[in-house]
Design a protein around this ligand. Structure first.
Ligand code: ADP
Ligand code: MG
Length: 479
């Protein structure tokens, strides 16, 4: 076979390979991609779109997605708990390794369709830095290039195209197999900011299955099947829907109590919420839909399959990140980032509204003769004095060469990635002595504090920033 050469001026073919969104769920995983501008979930041959998040050992063979033999399940709850080992037969796996195996399996399923180029992987909004890093490590183990991690509620909101609609507050109610999450998103200028989140890591469909199984003397699997059937039938295998609803009621009430708390923490009433998105297989239950509607006093958005919405939104995000979109909004640093210098002053290294990713460096020196160490105090804010800014992290660079004041050269790099993770590295130039630290400047920075800090900076004579507030979550308009 001869290789072909195209005629000059003819268009280059689009990049080969698939760019996908992956919902790495506690109970199920779903993969989606955008084709001709529309997101679709992959229906894997013989497996359907939902791949159970299970790692199984059977006859010395590791398998993912099948419920046989010895099984590890719901390990997502343990992500970020580092070296924790989970026994499986004669082996043991860390939660990262389990997620790595699951992602490896998903990759092999995707590659039946075409080579995988990169993915956006979703994580719960409450995942802390450790759990996010763990998720990236799992992807690295599976050989998947991660474009970015995306918060699950934001992904669901993107699936509904909310970023192109009216600005305001949206709630994402996600009731899955093992976990409940409620998130409040604020949409402003096409960008979602997570205002507050709440939930219960041990509350979901499994609890209802367990109670039904005990009360009817069934296996958990049978109970789950009956529960799912009762969504479309009034009665199944001798169980009436009203019996199931009575079992589900206390659990659903609990989700609403949590929702109430989250609204209260944000200083909002249910009426202040512009739209409610239902996510998670359990929100198929008619009684869940009805109670959510009664609580928020408006019909929830539910025309997208609730167990596919997160993956569909992740696919849209992946597509936007690779092919770009005309109105793609970049993430920016909402507040300046800098270092404490002598006299309690702050030196800004990354000014606010710097588009992400970004890298900036500055050199510093010692204040005293023979000064052996330097405190690297990372701060966030617009004001001049340290006490008026927010302290993010602090470390000490020890063992500096004994030189007169002003002779030591320490370079400090501020690198912030597309997801807003800041790495601060300090290097002493003659010895190469270095130390670094990672922080997420948006972590613990709720909408109210951010607004307050920005207002303050305006009061102190800074230029207008109010209309450029963008935080952690940033996505694109589709049009
Ligand atoms: P996760 O996000 O935790 O991986 P899912 O969103 O896939 O979970 O939700 C799984 C839960 O949804 C299970 O408890 C499952 O039984 C339940 N579920 C799925 N389909 C239905 C249905 N038709 N009716 C009621 N519950 C359902
Ligand atoms: Mg889920």
């Amino acid at each position: 076979m001869l290789l072909q050469i195209t005629e000059p001026g003819s268009p280059r073919p689009p990049p080969v390979g698939l760019v996908v969104g992956i919902d790495l769920g506690t109970t199920h995983c779903v993969v989606a991609h955008v084709k001709e501008g529309k997101p679709h979930v992959f229906g894997f041959e013989g497996e359907g779109p939902l791949v159970p998040s299970l790692l199984t050992l059977e006859d010395e063979k590791l398998q993912v997605g099948v419920d046989l033999g010895k099984t590890l399940s719901s390990t997502k709850r343990l992500m970020g708990e580092g070296a924790k080992k989970l026994p499986l037969g004669d082996y043991s796996f860390t939660p990262v390794e389990v997620a790595g195996k699951i992602l490896e399996h998903l990759k092999s399923l995707i590659e039946r369709i075409g080579p995988l180029t990169a993915a956006v992987i979703t994580v719960p909004a409450y995942f802390d830095e450790a759990a996010r890093v763990a998720t990236k490590q799992a992807a690295a183990l599976a050989g998947i290039k991660v474009l970015r991690l995306l918060n699950e509620p934001t992904a669901a909101a993107l699936a509904y195209g909310l970023e192109t609609g009216a600005e305001g507050i949206y709630a994402v109610y996600d009731l899955g197999g093992g976990t409940f999450d409620i998130s409040l998103l604020k949409l402003e200028k096409g960008v979602f900011q997570v205002l507050s989140t709440g939930g219960d890591l041990q509350l979901g469909g499994d609890d209802i299955d367990d109670v039904l199984a005990v009360s009817k003397g069934l296996s958990r699997k049978q109970a789950r099947k009956i529960k799912e059937q009762l969504t479309s039938c009034e009665e199944w295998e001798g169980v009436h829907r009203s019996e199931l609803e009575a079992i589900a009621d206390p659990f659903v009430r609990k989700t609403l109590t949590i929702s109430q708390d989250v609204l209260q923490a944000a200083g909002l009433s249910p009426e202040a919420v512009q739209g409610v998105v239902l996510v998670g297989g359990m929100t198929r239950m008619p009684c869940v839909q009805a109670q959510v509607e009664a609580f928020f006093k408006k019909p929830p958005l539910m025309d997208i399959n609730p167990d596919e919405a997160v993956a569909l939104g992740a696919a849209l995000s992946a597509d936007g990140l690779t092919h770009g979109s005309k109105t793609l909004l970049l993430d920016v640093t909402p507040l300046s980032l800098g270092l404490e210098t002598a006299g309690g002053l702050i030196e800004k290294i990354l000014p606010r509204n710097t588009p992400l990713p970004a890298l900036a460096s500055e050199e510093f020196t010692t204040q005293a003769d023979g000064q052996g160490g330097m405190v690297i105090h990372v701060l966030q804010g617009e004001r001049e004095f340290v006490q008026d800014c927010r302290s993010l992290a602090c470390f000490e660079l020890k063992g500096l060469p004994a030189l007169p004041a002003g002779a030591v050269r320490v370079r400090v790099d501020f690198a912030i990635d597309v997801e807003g993770l800041l790495t601060v590295t300090a290097v002493e130039k003659t010895t190469g002595l270095s130390h670094h630290i990672e922080v997420r400047p948006s972590y613990g920075l709720d909408g109210k504090t951010l607004e307050k800090m920005l207002k303050e900076s305006q009061r102190f004579g800074k230029e207008d920033v109010q209309n450029r507030v963008k935080t952690e979550e940033t996505l694109h308009n589709k049009h």
